[in-house]
Design a binder for this molecule. Structure first.
Ligand code: ADP
Length: 282
């Protein structure tokens, strides 16, 4: 579990804090989405999860380990895998295999164990056939998948991803989102920073940040029901959510926070009177 208590952080002493008192508990195995306008502090918060940044005030505990304790940092970084916004910054090997082996190699594991982890991680992200390819020749989506494999090879419990689908074409996006979902189903905690509300409808919990604070949180349905508040923050909701919100405003009896086309079909079919049992439809 990741526990954040009264986290305040300023990049420079005496400057305005970027994080202004965050209290948060992230349950093991949950899928948490973090959204908010540009510059509200999402990346800064994410970087606290594995001790890349340390609190100016307050604490960040990862499975009970305090990020401010230098003796815990190595363990924390192994537990919380981090996928940065630009996958090129995370590439270190000449081949995909070498790249994924870099992390476990640094842990001093036996070569057979490193090979096993590399294979398993590449299988999980569907990139085994690229093992000998040079990472720089891959597409944006494939590079992200290799970065995820590199993190998986460290055997983390939690994975934090900073806008993992930015600049990807729809195919690359689908593959990366599918992989994130699979990892969560396999038991990993996912913390997913996103600017696209459509891609986080499957999260267990959505946190909305503004100016260094969490201003709204709940299930996607609860959060997307607060459409006006989201709009005030410059955030868009999925088109279908917006459409149903407008229907409700015109007095149509549909539920709030409709998230998907499937939800929408159910909501609409519930409006149509069904023939009574035994009565034939004409
Ligand atoms: P978000 O991820 O929500 O876009 P960030 O966490 O990247 O927000 O940034 C929050 C604020 O911190 C912004 O005002 C940004 O300019 C500032 N900031 C980010 N990185 C640094 C840095 N290395 N030094 C100083 N200020 C920074």
């Amino acid at each position: 579990m990741i526990t954040i208590k009264d986290l305040v952080f300023a990049y420079d002493k005496g400057k305005e804090p970027v994080l202004r008192g965050i209290d948060l508990q992230i349950e093991d195995g949950s899928y948490v989405a973090l959204v908010g306008p540009n510059g509200c502090g999402k990346t800064t918060l994410l970087r606290h999860l594995n001790g890349l940044l340390l609190p100016t005030r307050g604490t960040v505990l990862v499975d009970g380990l305090d990020t401010r304790d230098p003796k815990s940092l190595e363990k924390i970084r192994q537990r919380v895998g981090m996928i940065f916004q630009n996958p090129d910054n995370q590439i270190v090997g000449m081949t995909v295999e070498e790249d994924v082996a870099f992390g476990p190699g640094n842990l001093g594991l036996a070569p057979a164990e490193i090979r096993r982890r590399v294979r398993r991680s590449l299988e999980t992200v569907g990139m085994v056939s690229y093992a000998q390819s040079p990472p720089h020749a891959l597409s944006g989506g494939e590079k992200r998948l290799v970065a995820i494999a590199g993190v998986l090879a460290m055997d983390p419990c939690h994975i934090a991803l900073d806008e993992p689908t930015s600049f990807l074409d729809p195919g690359g996006r689908r593959r990366v989102l599918g992989t994130i979902k699979t990892l969560n189903e396999q038991g990993l905690t996912v913390i997913h920073v996103s600017h696209d509300m459509n891609e986080i409808t499957g999260a267990d919990r959505v946190l909305v940040m503004d100016q260094g604070r969490i201003v709204l949180e709940g299930t996607p349905r609860e959060v997307f029901s607060r459409l006006e508040q989201l709009r005030d923050l410059g955030l868009d909701v999925p088109v279908v959510t917006d459409l149903f919100w407008r229907l409700r405003r015109t007095g149509v009896d549909v539920p709030p926070g409709v998230l998907s086309v499937k939800d929408a079909c159910w909501a609409l079919s519930a409006l149509i009177p069904h023939p009574r049992e035994g009565q034939k439809e004409s």
